[in-house]
Design a protein around this ligand. Structure first.
Ligand SMILES: O=C(O)CCC(=O)C(=O)O
Length: 256
């Protein structure tokens, strides 16, 4: 970890509360990023399971089936926490946990059921991720989780960086503004003003994005020359458990 501040300032906490996200620049030093990236590159080249393929996502632009050209392009290296000691150390490192406790409360847990992956975005066969809130298919006592997104390389518009709608974590939406899969509709005028507020979360290696599970976000295709790698983990307060029997309760959480 770098020598940057070990915790959020009061101003940063206020920004997170208002916008639903906060980026900490240069939180992870180059050598640590390079190690994590090398591990992800090794696992990607051998498609070490468990993985999610582009064809599994069924997102716009994804190959129709595993047998279609590009169908077996890996989109996520799953179970990152169990996959590699380096990712375990990163996901539980003091500068991350301290900041999450500022946002979520003094006792927290890492959910192994959600994110917990390295997102890999291939230039040849990358799909598009439409506007959504991560909480839509998650089941917890309260919709109050925070995800932490570490850039293991550059993330720019042209390689499909995240796009965010600041403040949307606090908004309530009439059902007509969402489609049947709860993606934010881009074809209704009620969403036009909100969509115009989008910001690009452009990141350098080692930058870390903290974002609320109700924040609407999206991402484009990777139109650059190289695969994009991002490590992503999700956390909750200990007193915000997954609902029994739900997918969110499907794997043991890690108390921190
Ligand atoms: O395509 C991407 O990089 C975005 C992925 C995403 O938003 C998600 O998994 O929730």
């Amino acid at each position: 970890m770098s020598h940057s501040s070990p915790a959020f300032t009061a101003e940063e906490i206020a920004h997170f509360a208002r916008d639903g996200y906060r980026i900490v620049r240069g939180l992870v030093p180059d050598y640590a990023c390079a190690r994590l990236r090398a591990s992800a590159e090794r696992d990607l080249s051998a498609a070490v399971p468990p993985v999610e393929y582009e064809a599994d996502t069924q997102y716009p632009g994804a190959p129709q089936s595993l047998e279609a050209p590009g169908g077996r392009t890996v989109r996520r290296l799953l179970q990152a926490y169990a996959r590699d000691a380096g990712f375990r150390e990163w996901a539980t490192a003091a500068p991350i946990v301290a900041r999450l406790k500022q946002l979520l409360g003094p006792q927290i847990a890492l959910s192994q059921a959600h994110h917990n992956c390295v997102m890999t975005k291939d230039p040849a066969y990358s799909s598009l991720t439409s506007w959504h809130r991560d909480i839509r298919y998650w089941s917890f006592a309260r919709p109050e989780l925070v995800s932490v997104w570490l850039a293991l390389g550059e993330e720019r518009k042209d390689n499909g960086c995240l796009m965010l709608l600041p403040g949307s974590h606090m908004m309530d939406f009439d059902a007509s503004r969402l489609d049947e899969a709860q993606f934010l509709r881009t074809d209704v005028k009620e969403n036009t003003a909100l969509l115009a507020t989008q910001v690009y979360a452009e990141l350098n290696p080692g930058d870390v994005l903290f974002f609320h599970c109700r924040l609407f976000h999206a991402a484009g295709h990777n139109r650059a020359a190289h695969t994009k790698f991002s490590a992503v983990f999700t956390y909750r307060a200990l007193d915000n458990p997954p609902l029994p029997g739900s997918r969110s309760a499907g794997q043991p959480d890690i108390s921190l």
